[in-house]
Design a protein around this ligand. Structure first.
Ligand code: ZN
Length: 92
C-alpha cells in the first residue's frame, strides 16, 4: 500500500484539520546497558540452563506497521494504530 507523504487530517492539539507529514515508525535501537538487557545477558543466556526456550519460528507473515503523523502547524506527532500489512510505502 502506498501512502502520500503529506495528508490533511485532524490534529488533537490544534483541534482542527491541518496538513501532516507522514513517516513510518521504526523500532528503536536496543540499549545494551538497560537493566533488563543486562539481566538477560547475565542470567538467562549464560551457564547451565542458558537459552531458556528454543528459538520460535515466526508464525506471522506480516508485521504491524505504524504511521507517524506530524502536524505542520504545531509539530505535534500522532501515531496511527498499527495495521498488519505486507508492504507499506510512503511516496511523494
Ligand atoms: Zn497541530
Amino acid at each position: 500500500m502506498k501512502i502520500p507523504d503529506k495528508i490533511n487530517t485532524y490534529c488533537p492539539k490544534c483541534r482542527q484539520y491541518t496538513e501532516h507529514s507522514v513517516s513510518l515508525l521504526k523500532t528503536g535501537r536496543r540499549r545494551k546497558m538497560a537493566a533488563g538487557e543486562r539481566h538477560h545477558e547475565r542470567v538467562d543466556r549464560h551457564g547451565y540452563g542458558g537459552q531458556k526456550a528454543p528459538l520460535a519460528k515466526p508464525v506471522k507473515t506480516t508485521k504491524k506497521q505504524t504511521l507517524k503523523l506530524k502536524c505542520s502547524k504545531c509539530g505535534y506527532v500522532v501515531q496511527k494504530k498499527g495495521i498488519r500489512i505486507k508492504k507499506l510505502e510512503v511516496v511523494r
